[in-house]
Every structure is written in C-alpha cells, then in structure tokens.
Design a protein around this ligand. Structure first.
Ligand SMILES: Cc1cc2nc3c(=O)[nH]c(=O)nc-3n(C[C@H](O)[C@H](O)[C@H](O)COP(=O)(O)O)c2cc1C
Length: 385
C-alpha cells in the first residue's frame, strides 16, 4: 500500500516529536502540539512510524484513564535494556488529600501499563508486566519502580484495543430511556481478571442505594475544605491555561473560554457560597440521577499489586463498554481514604466489597459523545535512563 505524501509527512512529524524524550516539563515542544491540548490522541496512531516499539506503545499508554487527569507516569527507557520500560510514579503528580495512600494513583498507573500492553500486542509484541520489582512502597509510593514492562516478539492482538482512541470517562447525564441490558453487564464481567472482582447492577433499588451513597460522599468531599481545594487547585481555566498545563480538571471550549475571559469562572468562584460552586452542585445531582447502572471492582486484599491490577481491570471495562456503545464514569468519592470520608468509605466497602477492598465504582449507561481530555505529549513523560 502506498501512503499519500501528506500522510507520510504527518506520521514522520508526529514520530519526530515523540522521538526526543525531554528531561522534564515538555515546554520545549512545538507549538503545533501545545496549541491543541488533545493532540496526543492523534499522535498515538501516528507514532506507528516510530522505530522503537516502546515509544509506539507509550504514545497510547499516556491516553489511559487516571485520577483527576494527573498523568502520574514517568516512563524510563534504560539504555542497557532496549526491550524494557521502567514505569515510575511522578511523585509530584499525586493527590495527597483525597488519595492519601496513593491507591487511586496506582490504579491509574495500572491502566497505563495495560494500555501499553494492548498497544504493544497490536504491533506483535508480548509484554511481561512485573509489578513493584523492588518491593511495594508503604504507606505511600516512593521513587521505586511501579512496574517493569518488558517487550518480546509475539504478542496476541486484543480486540479491545480497537476502542482505545474512542475511550472516554463520560461525565454527563445518561439516557434514562435506554436501560443497560443484562447481557452488557455479563460481557463486561468477562473483562476483569477474576470473576469475583466484578460487580454490576441495573436493579433500580440497588442503583438508587449506590447513587445515594455517591451523592453523600460527593457532598462530603465538596464541603471538606482541603479536599475541595485539591480539586480547585487542579482546575485549568480557559484554553490558554489548559494548553500550558494539559492535565488536571480542564475547563475550556466554546462558551467556557469566554466566561473565563470575562472573569466569571475563577478559582475564587469555585469556593463554597460562590456562584461557580453552586453551578457545580446544580450540575452534579441531576447527572448522578441520570444513571441507569453501576459497576464496581474489588480485590481480596489491598496490596499495591492489587491496585495496579485494578487499573488493568478498569481500563478493560472502559474499553469494553466503549465497544458496546456504553459510557462509563468513575465516581470515587466514597472510596477515598481521608478521615472525613470514613463513614461513606465503610458503607461502600460493606455494600460492594464482598469482604475485600472496593477499588473502583462507576456509572454506566448510554451517554453523549464527548471530546477527549487533554494530555501531555508522550515525549514529556519519557526519560532516558
Ligand atoms: C482511579 C481513578 C479514579 C477516578 N475517579 C474519578 C471521579 O471520582 N470522578 C470523575 O469524574 N472522574 C474520575 N476518574 C476519571 C478521570 O477523571 C479521567 O480518567 C481523566 O480525567 C482522564 O479522562 P479520560 O478518562 O476521559 O481520558 C477516575 C479515574 C481513575 C483511573
């Protein structure tokens, strides 16, 4: 097959951008990338032109779901091991208030590792994932590797990967006139590593009970100063701010950019008692209401390796839901481990935990198409070692 010249040039351009790992930040990258915060979604398929299979897979891995879009990953490429990626946590990208033990951050890193594995498999490489090769850090993550990702020829492509470019966390009301079929829950259940790890319900009573818990927990987070401020501090308001820092909670697009420019959307306006806060509350309750189903995952224990495996499970659920035309949206407040959340946390574990640890909880249903969230270009997350 002969590619048109403009395709070759586009692929080569994207590959060149991804080719040069940067020591930090990524500020030196070209304006073409910086002006479109979602450009890495287009870079991932274009990276197929890159000669290093690790880079090709990493270009996809950075599109993984992760808490507050912190993108807490650092991918080290050891010169002495050209088949290996050392995955570490960028310790400055954690959520110390709402995720005090880095459990959710570890789940995001697990989703990254699984997306890396799927992308590599699509290119004929098998990935061996070795979790925490130097031990499991406690009580928080540290500089030790989270996982080693080692490539070898021979991976088996997974049909789930076909949905990677369209996967989203859909934070919108879902269509209550379209119930989720039980067969969809059964199909999703097959994606988690062990049958006991998956939970899901379309039963109205149970959906209502989970929704009530999710709403109470959300209110607790919103009214606990440091927890709410952690989110507010991560808000990037307006396209310019999002392009400068394509992570966190991005507030941009038609209508929003104008409101930011007019001074209507500000950090101060998001504080309790202020108009932005009231708008946020007024939007969240009806969105939760428009939820026909919930899914959740749990693990027998609460080890680091289990959190990492839960990221694998969640990525697979999210991809499978996308393939079924369904939307998924994590609602994690009741699973957060800061002291003010303890009552809701205990209720969530009792309601959904089956004696283990509930790792993820999400809304499921038919939602609208939403645009991709911003990402730092893969090159900014890659370090030579
Ligand atoms: C462990 C984990 C917890 C999350 N918790 C929430 C949450 O409580 N509320 C929410 O709106 N999104 C949550 N998300 C979704 C992220 O906000 C989302 O993945 C990120 O913004 C990137 O967007 P994308 O998934 O559409 O690519 C969570 C994701 C992960 C992996």
């Amino acid at each position: 097959m002969t590619l048109p010249r403009r395709h070759i040039l586009r692929a080569a351009g994207a590959a060149a951008l991804i080719l040069s790992p940067l020591p930090s930040g990524g500020r030196a990258l070209g304006q073409a990338v910086r002006s479109d915060p979602a450009a890495p979604w287009a870079e991932a398929p274009a990276a197929a032109a890159h000669p290093d299979p690790r880079i090709r897979a990493l270009a996809w891995a950075v599109l993984a779901p992760n808490p507050h879009n912190r993108q807490p990953w650092i991918a080290e490429l050891p010169a002495a091991a050209p088949d290996t990626v050392v995955l570490r946590c960028d310790l400055d990208r954690r959520l110390p208030v709402t995720d005090p033990f880095d459990r959710q951050i570890t789940i995001g890193l697990g989703a990254f590792a699984e997306l890396f594995r799927l992308a590599a498999a699509a290119q004929g490489f098998a990935t061996t994932v070795t979790p925490f090769p130097e031990g499991e850090p406690r009580p928080r993550l540290d500089g030790r590797p989270v996982a080693l990702l080692r490539l070898a020829p021979g991976g088996v492509p997974d049909p789930l990967f076909a949905h990677a470019a369209r996967r989203r966390s859909v934070k919108r009301p879902y269509d209550m006139a379209r119930p989720v079929p039980p067969e969809a829950l059964a199909a999703l259940a097959t994606q988690v590593a062990a049958p006991g790890r998956f939970g899901g319900t379309i039963a109205p009573d149970q959906v209502a009970a989970i929704r009530g818990l999710a709403w109470r927990a959300w209110q607790t987070e919103a009214t606990t100063g440091p927890a709410h401020l952690e989110s507010v501090d991560l808000m990037r308001m307006g396209r310019e701010a999002v392009a400068a820092q394509p992570d966190g909670i991005s507030i941009y697009g038609p209508g929003l950019d104008e409101a930011v420019a007019a001074g209507q959307i500000t950090r101060e306006a998001m504080l309790p008692g202020r108009p932005g806060y009231d708008i946020m509350v007024a939007r969240y309750a009806p969105m939760l209401e428009a939820t026909p189903a919930y899914v959740w995952t749990s693990t027998p224990g609460n080890s680091r390796a289990e959190a990492l495996a839960s990221g694998r499970d969640w990525l697979r659920l999210n991809l499978a839901a996308t393939g079924l035309g369904l939307s998924l949206h994590p609602v994690s407040q009741a699973l957060q481990e800061f002291p003010e959340m303890a009552e809701h946390y205990a209720e969530a574990q009792a309601m959904l935990g089956q004696g283990g640890t509930v790792q993820m909880l999400g809304r499921l249903g038919y939602g609208p198409a939403v645009p991709p969230t911003p990402r730092w270009p893969a090159a900014t997350r890659i370090r030579p070692a």
